[in-house]
Design a protein around this ligand. Structure first.
Ligand code: ZN
Length: 133
């Protein structure tokens, strides 16, 4: 794994949180993007060489809606940048980690190929792997 690509934060409302994070980080969001397949609206901020991703649910079946109902708003996942996501998935599965879904990466926000690791195999942390497309 190359670096922490971004930290994902579950929020109730991306527009409102954009104002808060713009003040907090002293920079504007550079991109807002809806990922229909995941039922989320996202917004990205650059912070040095890393990013903050805000995530708002666009429907009640979205994993973000479920997360907020259960645990409230706040840190949702940590995303690690990898150079070869297919090789990394294979390596992690061989090490005994659980990849969510069928182990095939899919297209996520911000032009990334992504997959998630199940928190039960990573000390309760939802980890996203991402490879730039
Ligand atoms: Zn993410």
């Amino acid at each position: 794994m190359n670096k922490i690509e971004h930290i994902g934060i579950a929020v109730e409302n991306v527009e409102e949180s954009n104002l808060l994070f713009a003040k907090l980080l002293n920079t504007e969001s550079y991109k807002t993007e809806e990922v229909k397949s995941e039922g989320v609206k996202t917004s990205f901020f650059r912070i040095g060489d890393s990013k903050i991703e805000l995530l708002e649910a666009t429907n009640q079946d979205s994993s973000i809606a479920k997360f907020i109902n259960k645990r409230g708003v706040g840190v949702h996942h940590i995303a690690m940048r990898v150079s070869d996501i297919y090789a990394e998935i294979k390596r992690l599965q061989n090490e005994g980690f659980t990849i969510i879904g069928d182990g095939t990466p899919k297209k996520g926000a911000d032009n990334m190929l992504i997959c998630f690791m199940h928190p039960k195999s990573t000390n309760g942390i939802l980890i996203e792997l991402c490879q730039e497309l």
